[in-house]
Design a protein around this ligand. Structure first.
Ligand code: ADP
Length: 256
């Protein structure tokens, strides 16, 4: 390894202890980059054939066919759509993982964005969200990514939150503006909390239930938030519900 490419991870065990662990992480980083590139390439390669297959399936569904064929076609096209959304999520995740943050993005109004996401979701499935905005701010960032974050958190609150109220709150916090999405669902056991943002991780109950999902939504959310200097925080109590929140740092926020 050439000296300039050697990357080390230094772990220091307390101030008064003399042990220092120096580990070469160059290889680990290289394998991780290879893995990311591989997933990005495969997802891109799958996109075109899938679009063609789904297009023809849609065309066939418009034709007069025997009932038995129609049933099979219906299943093929719903699985095709599922696959397409999985591939789109993988492409988005790869893009976020490798995005370089040279630019801090443009300003957008957070409250307007929240309204627009809520309107869009409600037009699909008639759920209601109670929106509480204590501050009206402009945020510097990437509006499409923030739209995805809000949409993922609200969709999850609907999917896993039972029939109780879903609340979206925008309020002042010590070092910026806090955005929280709360539901009154069954909650998530403590052992799962740290793993929820891993790719494809789903709590067993969700895997077994009929609730659709790939387990990529929170991984995408985590990376999109990191792009804004924010981190996803999850609090949950069994039987009471969950709150997913993040703080947009003050340097990215200005009054509207
Ligand atoms: P998906 O919803 O596609 O499975 P996500 O990455 O968005 O993937 O979420 C990962 C898992 O986290 C879900 O499968 C579910 O088990 C759990 N989860 C996410 N949000 C909630 C929530 N509001 N309440 C309970 N469980 C949740």
């Amino acid at each position: 390894v050439r000296p300039q490419t050697l990357m080390v991870q230094i772990t220091q065990f307390g101030v008064d202890q003399k042990v220092m662990l120096v580990r070469d992480v160059t290889e680990r980083k290289r394998v991780e980059t290879m893995r990311q590139n591989f997933i990005a390439d495969v997802s891109h390669e799958l996109r075109t054939p899938l679009t063609v297959i789904n297009g023809y399936l849609e065309m066939l569904q418009d034709m007069e066919l025997p009932a038995s064929l129609n049933k099979a076609l219906g299943q093929m096209s719903s699985q095709g759509e599922r696959m397409q959304s999985l591939v789109n999520d993988l492409i988005e995740l790869s893009r976020l993982e490798s995005a370089n943050s040279d630019s801090a993005g443009d300003y957008f109004n957070l409250q307007h964005l929240a309204h627009s996401v809520i309107d869009q979701l409600q037009s699909y499935d008639h759920n209601t969200v109670s929106l509480q905005c204590e501050v009206d701010v402009e945020v510097q960032g990437f509006v499409d990514e923030m739209r995805t974050v809000l949409s993922n958190l609200l969709t999850n609150a609907y999917k896993y939150g039972g029939d109780g109220e879903v609340q979206l709150t925008i309020e002042n916090a010590a070092h910026g503006v806090r955005v929280s999405v709360s539901d009154q669902g069954d909650g998530i056991a403590a052992e799962h909390l740290t793993r929820l943002t891993e790719r494809f991780y789903r709590v067993d109950d969700s895997r077994e239930s009929s609730v659709g999902g790939s387990g990529l939504g929170l991984a995408i959310t985590k990376h999109a938030l990191e792009h804004h200097g924010a981190q996803l925080e999850i609090e949950s109590e069994i039987g009471k519900g969950s709150t997913f929140s993040f703080v947009i740092p003050a340097e990215r926020v200005q009054p509207a």
